[in-house]
Design a protein around this ligand. Structure first.
Ligand code: ADP
Ligand code: ADP
Ligand code: MG
Length: 496
């Protein structure tokens, strides 16, 4: 059994730190990698050793698999954790790591290959009786044939890149008249973004929820699931708010989805931590979408409700140990919510808003967890995913976990950059979210920049407040700026 004594984390930011924290608890030495843009990042400071990979662009740093392996060997590293994104779902990297005698903290290269292609994944699970979204089972290139199949499936349909990911490579087609143009676009986008033009057709589920199941498998054939995560609040097909458990999943549905997820994992001889994604229609039928063969961004909500440290489990599995608990040992404890704090401007189409964290104060207190990778004064680099932090709350039930999140959002002080926090606050107080009655169209259906603008009335009040402050300060000749400030705060308090 390979013992892991020194771990290199081939990633950056919050996930790199999160992984190293567990490694440290397990007595494992840590090695960070960084690009020139991340030289002073907390993940670099935290590690026992750190190596610079090169200039800021990922292609010249975090994606340099060969260089990372070479450096790992020089430093006597015995395992590499890829985190998420970057090299985490790169079959070739996983293979090269193993070939150089280093443990890859993740599944086998073969599992990554099968699940990395949405089409190969569908084919692999077909014999396991897993429900699939109605659609084509193979890549489709002939236009006439594609049109015929689309008609059989019924509009609206979705054209998807088999190699797609990160919410990219998908096109909705509402009717036959648009099919040809969208198909051509889909193929050329798939080619340029993923280097593989294979596309397929799926029925477009009009009011879908995205619900996924966390699985863990060891190298001895044991696979368990750690319940579901509800990830339906998305923008651009990418998640912003996640929670566990889901408000709509019954005990019966949970066990059916769990069983299907374990089946998907077994279909590719899976070991390690993985996520099986399902799309759920308005009648609560669920269909397999894809499997992510890595640690997921939103894994903390599962950790909060199960009490399991998923990174610890990953490291134990990678070193060959069997799972030391069974399905029936796992129980859901309370409710957890996560909001992703992105450097994005919700008022401007969620476009990245890069700049300096002039103020950065984290919320604290019972049931609050912040996974982040920045400090006050740091600049969010333009080269990578603009996520600043993940804010997670845990409480006895859904209501309290949401209330706790609203308090935590109010206590989170960030200035210098627009973030998704205001949007998350809007979503978490919205009747649709509170009642649990929402789908992936939440943003489209309920959100507009105007909901974040102060209302007309409160703008008028603010004007009155300003006049009052002016009046008090001018009528008291001795008043100093301190007085003015407290009058101002008093008014603001009343306005909030
Ligand atoms: P999760 O389901 O864990 O939220 P995401 O789909 O948001 O995962 O992806 C996690 C990270 O990996 C993001 O930074 C995303 O941009 C990146 N990513 C995922 N798949 C791909 C891909 N095929 N190509 C490029 N980046 C990807
Ligand atoms: P990615 O690899 O980019 O994560 P997924 O297949 O997981 O691709 O889809 C991402 C998101 O797109 C889902 O969470 C869901 O919101 C939406 N989506 C995917 N397939 C469908 C479908 N057939 N009908 C409606 N929405 C879909
Ligand atoms: Mg997905």
């Amino acid at each position: 059994m390979p013992e892991i004594k020194k771990l290199l984390v081939a990633n950056r930011g919050e996930i790199s730190l999160r992984i190293m924290r567990t490694a440290r608890e397990m007595g494992i030495a840590t090695v960070a990698v960084f690009s020139e843009a991340d030289r002073l990042s907390p993940h670099v400071m935290y590690a026992d050793e750190a190596i610079c990979l090169g200039p800021a662009p990922s292609s010249e740093s975090y994606l340099l698999g060969d260089k990372i392996i070479r450096m790992a060997k020089e430093l006597g590293v015995d395992a590499i954790h890829p985190g998420y994104g970057f090299l985490s779902e790169n079959e070739n990297f996983a293979r090269l790591v193993a070939e150089s005698g280093i443990v890859f903290v993740g599944p086998s290269p073969e599992s990554i290959r099968v699940m990395g292609s949405k089409l190969a994944a569908k084919q692999a699970v077909a014999k396991y009786n897993i429900p699939l979204v109605p659609g084509t089972e193979e890549a489709i290139s002939d236009l006439g044939e594609a049109k015929k199949r689309a008609l059989e499936i019924g509009y609206p349909i979705l054209i998807k890149a088999s190699a797609g990911g990160g919410g990219k490579g998908m096109r909705v087609v509402d009717n036959e008249g648009e099919f040809e143009e969208q198909m051509q676009r889909a193929v050329s986008e798939a080619k340029s973004a993923f280097g593989d033009g294979a596309v397929f057709i799926e029925k477009f589920i009009t009011s879908p929820r995205h619900i996924e199941i966390q699985v863990l498998g060891d190298q001895h054939g044991n696979v368990v699931h750690l319940f579901e995560r509800e990830c339906s609040i998305q923008r651009r097909h990418q998640k912003v708010i996640e929670e566990a458990p889901s408000a709509v999943v019954s005990e019966e549905m949970r066990s059916a989805m769990g069983k299907a997820a374990v089946g998907v994992a077994k279909a590719c001889d899976y070991y390690g931590a993985g996520t099986v994604e399902f799309i759920v229609d308005d009648k609560l039928n669920f269909y397999f979408l894809e499997m992510n063969t890595r640690l997921q961004v939103e894994h903390p909500v599962t950790e909060m409700i199960t009490g399991k440290d998923l990174v610890r489990e990953q490291l134990k599995i990678a070193s060959g140990m069997p799972l030391d608990f069974k399905q029936e040992d796992l129980k859901i404890n309370g409710h957890a919510v996560e909001v992703r704090v992105y450097a994005e401007d919700p008022k401007n189409n969620f476009l990245p808003d890069i700049g300096t964290l002039e103020t950065y104060k984290r919320p604290q207190g019972p049931g609050i967890r912040v996974d982040d990778g920045f400090e006050e004064g740091m600049t969010i680099p333009i080269y990578y995913d603009p996520m600043i932090a993940k804010l997670i709350t845990h409480a006895a039930n859904r209501e309290s976990a949401i209330d706790r999140m609203l308090r935590a959002i109010d206590d989170y002080k960030i200035s210098g950059i627009q973030t998704t926090l205001d949007f998350c606050k809007f979503a978490l107080t919205h009747e649709a979210f509170r009642s649990g009655n929402f789908d992936t169209k939440f943003v489209e259906n309920y959100f507009s920049p105007a909901v974040l603008e102060p209302s007309f009335e409160s703008k008028e009040l603010e004007l009155l407040a300003a006049l009052a402050v002016e009046f008090f300060t001018n009528s008291e000749p001795k008043s100093n700026s301190q007085n003015k400030k407290s009058a101002d705060t008093a008014w603001r308090k009343r306005l909030n």
